[in-house]
Design a protein around this ligand. Structure first.
Ligand code: NAP
Length: 320
């Protein structure tokens, strides 16, 4: 079968499409025939070897959707032919087939495409944990999704709307803002326009927002402290550098600033998150948006695109 392989850390061009042996599931594992693989920013950090350095060579990718091809010993919840999405892979998702542990496989409801299934694992679980597990957002509160046009942002907007929160979202391109406008009752701002933070504050009548989900904390954390209401919660989901803040801004309003990575989610919480995601998919409140589907051989272009400005949903790779 064909898979993307990384033999050395570096730029997108280090990813090569190669022939590799078909994976065989061990005990407690599932082999998936991959129909679509999700491209997440973390895949680019792993390829570059900047923050984390997996053992070389490896196949990138945690998220995918497809059909169960084979099951290992001890698997009782899945059988060959089942439609599933996966939120973690033992062998790597950028491939025609991928292995995962049973806990990382979840039924993919009919009516949800494989491309949409590949957009669920990291983005929706991250958004869910940030909003509910960390910020403890409740109905009627106000949430600012600071960077709402990308994979995690759209997921957060949909989860927040479904939970009865008032949603404000930012996007840096017309396409991203049009996408947000299609999500429903979202107040939309352009994070590249000067004075947008003041307009966010005005939209809350000067009170500020209860919860902020932050996709680029190195740029926005100081602004977030000025935008948060008294007892506000800021969850740092993404950050690509250092920044300076005045801690007094957090102190005077009793603001909590929390960091998180989805890989730290306790197993039981992750199980519940995926149950709730499936319920939302069945109800139609959650509907992943695909911005680009690229053939597997164009993984390098997908990595360039996911790091470029102008997000409008999720980028996925299609094998075959
Ligand atoms: P993505 O699909 O590439 O989207 C990136 C988002 O960041 C877009 O909405 C983009 O908006 C926005 N952005 C760019 N400049 C911004 C600015 N100045 N202010 C606010 N937002 C800005 O990536 P993603 O999958 O949504 O992930 C978002 C970030 O979270 C990444 O840094 C990623 O590494 C991180 N992340 C962390 C976790 C975790 O567990 N902590 C999990 C998943 C992702 P425009 O393109 O419209 O400008």
């Amino acid at each position: 079968m064909l898979a993307i392989r990384v033999h050395e850390f570096g730029g997108p061009e280090v990813m090569r499409l190669e022939e590799v042996p078909e994976p065989t599931p061990g005990p407690g594992q599932i082999a998936l025939s991959v129909k679509a693989a999700g491209v997440n920013p973390v895949d680019t950090y792993l390829r570059a070897g900047t923050h984390y350095r997996p053992e070389l060579p490896f196949t990138p990718g945690r998220d995918a959707a497809g059909i169960v091809a084979a099951i290992g010993a001890g698997i009782s919840n899945f059988k060959p032919g089942d439609r599933v999405y996966i939120s973690g892979s033992v062998s790597g998702a950028y491939a025609e087939a991928a292995l995962c542990n049973e806990a990382d496989a979840h039924p993919l409801p009919n009516g949800v495409s494989f491309e949409q299934g590949a957009a669920l694992g990291v983005p929706y679980a991250t958004a869910h944990r940030a909003l509910f597990g960390k910020a403890r957002a409740v109905r009627g509160e106000t949430v600012l999704v600071h960077g709402a046009s990308g994979g995690v942002g759209i997921a957060a907007v949909q989860l927040a709307l479904a939970a009865g929160l008032k949603v404000l979202g930012t996007a840096g391109s017309p396409r991203g803002r049009e996408l947000l406008a299609r999500q429903g009752a979202v107040q939309i701002f352009d994070h590249r326009q000067s004075g947008y933070a003041q307009r966010i504050l005005e939209a809350t009548g000067g009170r500020g927002v209860d919860v902020i989900l932050e996709m680029l904390a190195n740029v926005n954390l100081a602004t977030d402290l000025s935008l948060a209401a008294k007892f506000g919660r800021v969850v740092v989901i993404g950050s690509r550098g250092v920044t300076q803040v005045d801690p007094r801004d957090a102190m005077t309003k009793d603001i909590s600033v929390m960091g998180m990575v989805v890989m730290n989610t306790p197993a039981e919480e992750l199980r519940r998150i995926h149950e709730e995601l499936q319920a939302g998919l069945l109800k139609g409140t959650l509907r992943p948006v695909i911005s680009r589907s690229l053939p597997l051989r164009e993984a390098a272009e997908a990595h360039r695109a996911v790091m470029a400005p102008g997000a409008a949903g999720k980028i996925v790779l299609i094998p075959g």
